[in-house]
Design a protein around this ligand. Structure first.
Ligand code: C2E
Ligand code: CA
Ligand code: CA
Length: 753
C-alpha cells in the first residue's frame, strides 16, 4: 500500500515533470532553429546585396567601356573613314584600334561596316584579318543589330525630304551603343558596341545603317580584383559555364544570344554564419546550462515529490495502522468491513467477524509494567498474524482487543476450525520480561449473513459473543446466539446500566465471615458488592468492577461500599470488617482523605477495619503507593494482601511492605483436590506469611476436607462457602450463631487429626 502510494507520487511527479522537460527541450530546439534560420536569412540577404552590387559594378564597367568608345566612335573622321566609299584601314588602325588598346587596354577592336561585314580587326593593338572576327561578330550579333536599329531610328525626317540624325543629348554618353558579355579566346569579356557617327548634325538623303565599333575587354585578374573591390566582394573569380554548380555565390552571365557563357563566383560574406559561429559556443553553453539547471530542478522536484508522496503514504499508513503492532487499526478495519459487506453476495460464502480479547491483560500490565504489557500485545499480534489467511483483515482495535474479519468461508465449522487454531497457538506460553506467561484468549464471533449484514449489528453481536465467552470462563470462544442477547449486554450497555444502578441505589453489600481455624468463631466479615440488574439479574463483581474501573466509576463505587459496610458493621461491633479496595481507587489522590472522612462520618473504629488490596496496586513501581499504605496503617487501619500467590513476583511485595494479613488465593485451595504437590506448596506459602509476622487467611474453602488440611498448617483464619456464603447484613448474627453452634466440622477434624 505504501509502495503504491509512492508509485502514485512518482507518477504524479512524472506527469508534471515530463511536460516541463518537453517544454524546455522544445524551447531550446526552437531557439536553435530560430537562430539557424535567422543566420541563414542574414546570409541570403547579404549574398543578394552582394549580387546586386556586383551587377551594378559590371553595369558600370560596361557603361565605362561604352564611354571609352565614345571618343573614337563619335567622330566625323571615323564616320568618314568607315564609309564604304572611303574606308581607310590604316587611318582606322592608327586612330582607333591602336589608340583604344594603348589608352584603354581594349583587348580587341573590331569595326563592322554599313554592310554588316567586318572591315577592321585588331587584337591587343595588332591589326589582323577582319575575317578572324567572324566568331565574335556572330556571337554578339544581337548587340550589333540593336545598335544599328537604334541608330536608324534616330533619323528624323525633315520637310525638305532629307533626314537629320538626332543624337541623344542627355545621359551618360552621347553615343548609341549596346553592351553585353562574350567569350574572348575562351575567357569571359565585356563587350560594347557603339555606332560610329558624325559629331555634327548631318543632313542625308537616305536612312542608312551605321558602321559600329566593337570593343572587347577581358575579365582578367586585375579587372576582376578592381571589380571585386568596387563591389565589396572577396575572392571574385570567373567560372566557365561547364563548371559544376557550387555552393559559392555566383552571378551567371549569358551571351547576347542568350546562351550561358559562364559566371562570376565569389566567396560570399556570410554575416549570419559568422555571428552564429561566434555565438554558438556561448549558445551551446547556455543550452547546456539550461538543460543542466532543468535537470537539477527536475531531480529535486522529483525527489521532493516522491518524498512528499512517501510521507503522505506513511501518514496514511499511520492513520490506518496501529503503531505498536503494525496491524490495521479500527478505522481501517471498519473500512474493509464496510466494503466486504457492500460487495457481499451469496456466492461469496460467509463472513466471520471475530473479537479477540487477551484474558487478564490488565493484571499483566499492572504487575509487570507497561513495557511487558506492550511486548505481550506485540507477541499476540505476531501469533495472530501468522495464523490468519491473506484475505483476512486483522486489526488491533483497543488496548488488548483485536478484531478479525474472515471473508469467504464455506461454513461455520471452517470458521470454528480457524478459531481453534488460534487458541491452540496461545496454549504455548509467552516469554516476556524474563518470565513465561500463560496468556489465554477469549473469542467472540458473529457471522454474516446469518447474524446480520449490517456492520454495526455484526460488531455488536461479536461483542456479545465475546462477553459471553468471558462469562463462561476465560480462554473460550463463543459464536453469537440469539439467546445471549437476552442475558448479556455489551460492555457499553453494562457501563450504562451500572451508572444507572448507582444512581438508583440498586447496589447492595453482602458479608462473608472469616472464622478461626476451627471454623467456629467469626472474627470478621468481608464486604462484597452485589448488583442485581432488573433485566440481567445478578451481575458478578468480577465483571462489573473492572468496567467501573474502566469508566472511572470505581472510586464512587468503592466509597459507597466502605460507607455502607461501616454503617452495617455498627450492628456487630465485636467483628472486624474487611473491605476490598481496587488499585485505581487506592491510587486516587483523595483516597486517604476519603477513608478518614468516611470513618469519622460513621464514627467507625479504624482498628476494626482492614482494607484488601491486590499486588496490582504496585504496578508502575509508584513509590507513592508505599507511602499511602503506610498512611493507612498509621490511621490504625490494617492492610491485607488479597489473592496472594497468583501474581508474578509476589514475594518481593511481602518484603517491601509489612502487610497485616495475607489472603492466600483460592486457587491454591482448589488445587488441593487435584494437584499432587498443592499441599506442600500451600504450607510453604502459609509458613512464609507466618514467618513475616502476618496473619494468614485461606479463602475459598469449599469442603470439609480442605478445611481439615488447613487446620494442620499454620494458617490463622478460614473463609469460604463451606463455612458460609456471603450473606445479607441482617443474616450476619444468625450465621455467627450457626457456626458457633455447629462446631462439629472442625472439631471432628481436629479430633481425627
Ligand atoms: P475477592 O476479593 O477474592 O473476593 C472473594 C470472592 O470469592 C467473592 O466473589 C466470594 O463470593 C468468592 N468466594 C468466597 N468463598 C468462596 C468459595 O468457597 N468458593 C468460591 N468459588 N468462591 C468463593 P465475588 O463476590 O464474586 O467477588 C469477586 C471479586 O470481586 C472479589 O474477589 C473482589 O476482587 C471483587 N469485589 C467484590 N466486591 C468488591 C468491592 O466492594 N470492591 C472492590 N474493589 N472489589 C470487589
Ligand atoms: Ca477480597
Ligand atoms: Ca481474594
Amino acid at each position: 500500500m505504501a509502495i503504491n502510494r509512492t508509485d502514485n507520487g512518482a507518477r504524479l511527479a512524472n506527469a508534471i515533470l515530463f511536460p516541463v522537460v518537453g517544454l524546455v527541450l522544445l524551447a531550446i530546439a526552437f531557439s536553435v532553429a530560430l537562430i539557424a534560420y535567422t543566420s541563414q536569412s542574414a546570409d541570403h540577404a547579404a549574398m543578394d546585396s552582394e549580387r546586386r552590387l556586383l551587377r551594378g559594378s559590371t553595369d558600370l564597367q560596361l557603361a565605362l567601356l561604352a564611354k571609352e568608345q565614345e571618343g573614337a566612335a563619335v567622330w566625323d573622321l571615323a564616320d568618314y573613314y568607315t564609309r564604304p566609299s572611303s574606308v581607310n584601314t590604316q587611318w582606322l588602325d592608327a586612330n582607333l584600334g591602336h589608340w583604344l588598346y594603348a589608352n584603354h587596354g581594349h583587348d580587341q577592336t573590331v569595326i563592322v561596316g554599313e554592310t554588316g561585314e567586318a572591315i577592321y580587326n585588331a587584337v591587343k593593338g595588332q591589326q589582323i584579318s577582319p575575317r578572324e572576327s567572324q566568331a565574335l561578330i556572330s556571337g554578339i550579333w544581337p548587340l550589333i543589330a540593336r545598335t544599328r536599329a537604334k541608330f536608324i531610328n534616330k533619323f528624323k525626317p525633315l520637310p525638305s525630304g532629307l533626314f537629320v540624325i538626332e543624337r541623344p543629348l542627355n545621359g551618360f554618353t552621347r553615343s548609341i551603343h549596346e553592351t553585353g558579355f562574350a567569350l574572348h579566346e575562351g575567357d569571359l569579356a565585356f563587350v560594347s558596341v557603339t555606332a560610329i557617327s558624325p559629331e555634327l548634325k548631318q543632313f542625308v538623303a537616305n536612312r542608312r545603317p551605321p558602321a559600329v565599333l566593337v570593343s572587347v575587354k577581358k575579365l582578367e585578374d586585375t579587372r576582376l580584383s578592381a571589380l571585386a573591390a568596387r563591389s565589396g566582394v572577396s575572392d571574385l573569380r570567373t567560372r566557365p559555364a561547364s563548371a559544376k554548380a557550387e555552393a559559392a555565390a555566383t552571378f551567371d552571365l549569358t551571351s547576347p544570344l542568350g546562351a550561358p557563357i559562364g559566371s562570376l563566383a565569389w566567396t560570399a560574406n556570410k554575416p549570419g554564419s559568422r555571428i552564429l559561429s561566434g555565438v554558438s559556443p556561448v549558445l551551446f553553453l547556455l543550452a547546456a546550462l539550461i538543460a543542466g539547471l532543468t535537470g537539477v530542478v527536475l531531480f529535486y522536484t522529483r525527489h521532493n515529490t516522491r518524498r512528499l508522496a512517501e510521507s503522505e503514504a506513511r501518514a496514511q499508513h499511520a492513520a490506518l495502522h496501529d503503531s505498536l503492532t503494525g496491524l490495521s487499526n479500527r478505522d481501517f478495519f471498519a473500512d474493509r468491513f464496510r466494503r466486504e459487506l457492500a460487495n457481499w453476495d451469496a456466492r461469496k460464502g460467509l463472513i466471520g467477524v471475530i473479537y479477540i480479547d487477551l484474558d487478564h491483560f490488565k493484571d499483566i500490565n499492572d504487575t509487570l509494567g507497561h513495557a511487558a504489557g506492550d511486548e505481550v500485545i506485540r507477541e499476540a499480534a505476531r501469533r495472530l498474524r501468522v495464523l490468519v489467511p491473506d484475505d483476512a483483515t486483522l486489526a488491533r482495535i483497543s488496548g488488548d482487543e483485536f478484531a478479525l474479519l474472515l471473508p469467504g468461508y464455506a461454513s461455520r465449522a471452517s470458521i470454528e476450525h480457524m478459531l481453534r487454531r488460534i487458541q491452540d497457538r496461545f496454549a504455548i506460553p509467552m516469554y516476556v520480561s524474563g518470565t513465561h506467561l500463560h496468556v489465554s484468549l477469549s473469542v467472540g464471533a458473529a457471522i454474516a449473513p446469518e447474524d446480520s449484514l449490517s456492520m454495526g449489528e455484526l460488531l455488536r453481536k461479536a461483542d456479545i459473543a465475546l462477553y459471553s465467552a468471558k462469562r463462561g470462563g476465560r480462554g473460550r470462544w463463543a459464536f453469537f446466539d440469539i439467546s445471549m442477547e437476552e442475558h448479556v449486554r455489551t460492555r457499553e450497555n453494562l457501563a450504562h446500566a451500572l451508572r444507572d444502578a448507582i444512581g438508583k441505589d440498586l447496589l447492595h453489600v453482602v458479608y462473608q465471615p472469616q472464622t478461626t481455624i476451627d471454623g467456629a468463631t467469626v472474627l470478621s466479615v468481608e464486604a462484597l458488592l452485589r448488583w442485581t440488574d432488573p433485566e440481567m439479574g445478578p451481575v458478578s463483581p468480577s465483571i462489573f468492577v473492572p468496567i467501573a474501573e474502566e469508566i472511572g466509576l470505581i472510586n464512587e463505587l468503592g466509597l459507597y461500599v466502605l460507607r455502607k459496610a461501616c454503617e452495617d458493621a455498627a450492628a456487630w461491633p465485636h467483628l472486624g470488617l474487611a473491605v476490598n479496595v481496587s488499585p485505581s481507587q487506592f491510587r486516587h489522590p483523595r483516597f486517604i482523605d476519603d477513608l478518614r472522612e468516611t470513618l469519622e462520618a460513621c464514627n467507625f473504629e479504624p482498628s476494626r477495619l482492614e482494607i484488601e488490596v491486590t499486588e496490582t496496586v504496585f504496578a508502575d513501581n509508584d513509590c507513592n503507593i508505599l507511602s499511602t499504605l503506610k498512611q493507612v496503617q498509621e490511621m490504625g487501619v490494617r492492610v491485607a494482601l488479597d489473592d496472594f500467590g497468583i501474581g508474578y513476583s509476589s514475594l518481593s511485595y511481602l518484603r517491601r511492605f509489612p502487610f497485616d494479613t495475607l489472603k492466600i488465593d483460592r486457587s491454591f485451595i482448589a488445587d488441593l483436590d487435584v494437584a499432587p504437590h498443592a499441599h506442600s506448596i500451600l504450607s510453604t506459602i502459609i509458613d512464609l506469611g507466618d514467618a513475616l509476622g502476618m496473619k494468614v487467611v485461606a479463602e475459598g474453602i469449599e469442603t470439609r476436607q480442605q478445611a481439615s488440611i488447613l487446620q494442620r498448617t499454620n494458617c490463622d483464619r478460614l473463609q469460604g462457602f463451606y463455612l458460609s456464603r456471603p450473606v445479607a447484613p441482617d443474616n450476619v448474627p444468625a450465621t455467627e450463631a450457626r457456626l458457633a453452634a455447629d462446631r462439629e466440622p472442625a472439631a471432628a477434624i481436629s479430633l481425627s487429626a
